[in-house]
Ligand binder design. Structure first.
Ligand SMILES: Nc1ncnc2c1ncn2[C@@H]1O[C@H](COP(=O)(O)OP(=O)(O)OP(=O)(O)O)[C@@H](O)[C@H]1O
Ligand SMILES: [Mg+2]
Length: 334
């Protein structure tokens, strides 16, 4: 893949951002530093404010409080077209009556760019997503994956300093989603361009990000490198959202780990951290799901429901022993 020239990477600095819609506070005091050239994911469930935050960075949504700086420059009161950002949407938002090339040129036409600069930028942007030979094709004659690449090329053509992705893979089927995810990530790395990447999919966030900000109700509840968040969640919410952790306290935690957790805390144990012993009897198998390379069991143990993932022949109704191989203590916030 050819590498399109890109301007020097710019960091993004968000300070105290707030956005209200009537009684709903969609963004509730968000501060975040994005290093130049890095990809930071905004991860959280539907309605937690991810898109609103991204739109504030793009200048498509005015914040009620707080500031946005890019490359050290305050952009809070600049309109979208004057910001060095470009957005890639979930539904691609391509113009169906235009060709691939015309779509990619759109942002350049808006800015009044003329040939040969215009044609040159379109070619470079299409080259960088491996679509140079399809410039004259009408958009409806492209696959979903190809349309997604055109949307990325259109964003790159304006030579932004920051790329903003809003769930860019949600419309693709599973196999294509993984491939496109990896392509997007290597393109972002090769260009050395700063990116903010919205997703509600924890696996996707873990796979593409330099850092992840986990959002809940318009706030960042934890921010860090993927490994750090996965291995050391600070709250029960993050432990459940990122690792699908079981949360235990009281009798269940002392039985499983020999540990009494303090009031307001929980023992977080991921499904892959529990070993099943066919000789034991402490837990009852409630359900079993065959996942191919692994088996998932729902267990009833010391009055709580636990999920376990690994290898086991145990069928529903059977009794098994269990042992936690690892765990961490987290603050209860759910
Ligand atoms: N223009 C608007 N007018 C009124 N309420 C809005 C508007 N935009 C967003 N909201 C509300 O703000 C909250 C956050 O919405 P937002 O779209 O940012 O969430 P999201 O995290 O992107 O969710 P999803 O994963 O479903 O896309 C929601 O409660 C939403 O209903
Ligand atoms: Mg959204």
């Amino acid at each position: 893949m050819a590498t399109a020239p890109s301007p020097a990477a710019a960091g993004v600095s968000l300070r105290g951002l707030v956005r209200r819609f009537g009684a709903v506070t969609a963004v509730d005091g968000i501060s975040l530093e994005v290093e130049p050239g890095s990809l930071v994911s905004l991860l959280g469930p539907s309605g937690c404010g991810k898109s609103t935050l991204l739109r504030i960075v793009a200048g498509l949504e005015p914040p009620d409080a707080g500031s946005v700086s890019i490359g050290g420059r305050d952009m809070t009161s600049l309109p979208a077209r004057e910001r060095p950002t470009a957005m890639v949407f979930q539904n691609y938002a391509l113009f169906p009556t235009m060709t691939v090339g015309q779509n990619v040129a759109y942002g350049l036409d808006v800015r009044g760019l003329r040939n040969p600069e215009r044609a040159d930028r379109v070619r470079r942007a299409l080259e960088s997503v491996g679509m140079a030979d399809l410039a004259d094709r009408p958009v409806p004659k492209l696959s979903g994956g190809q349309q997604q690449r055109v949307a990325v090329a259109r964003a790159l053509a304006v030579e932004p300093r920051v790329l903003l992705f809003d769930e860019p893979l949600s419309n693709l089927d599973v196999a294509l989603r993984e491939r496109t995810r990896d392509e997007l990530r290597s393109l972002q790395r090769n260009l050395g361009i700063t990116a903010l990447y919205v997703t509600h999919d924890q696996e996707e966030a873990l796979a593409v990000s330099d850092r992840i900000a986990v959002l809940r109700g318009g706030r960042i509840v934890q921010e860090g490198a993927p490994e750090a968040l996965f291995e050391a969640p600070s709250t029960s919410y993050v432990a459940r959202f990122l690792g699908g952790a079981n949360l235990l306290d009281g009798r269940a935690s002392s039985a499983l780990a020999g540990l009494d957790v303090p009031e307001g805390s929980a023992l977080a144990v991921r499904p892959d951290e529990i070993a099943v012993d066919p000789e034991g009897t402490a837990a009852v198998v409630v359900a079993r799901r065959y996942l191919g390379s692994l088996v998932e069991l729902d267990l009833r143990y010391e009055g709580v429901d636990l999920r376990v993932r690994g290898r086991s022949d145990a069928a529903p109704g059977a009794r098994v022993g269990i042992k936690a191989r690892a765990w961490r203590i987290v603050r209860r916030d759910d």
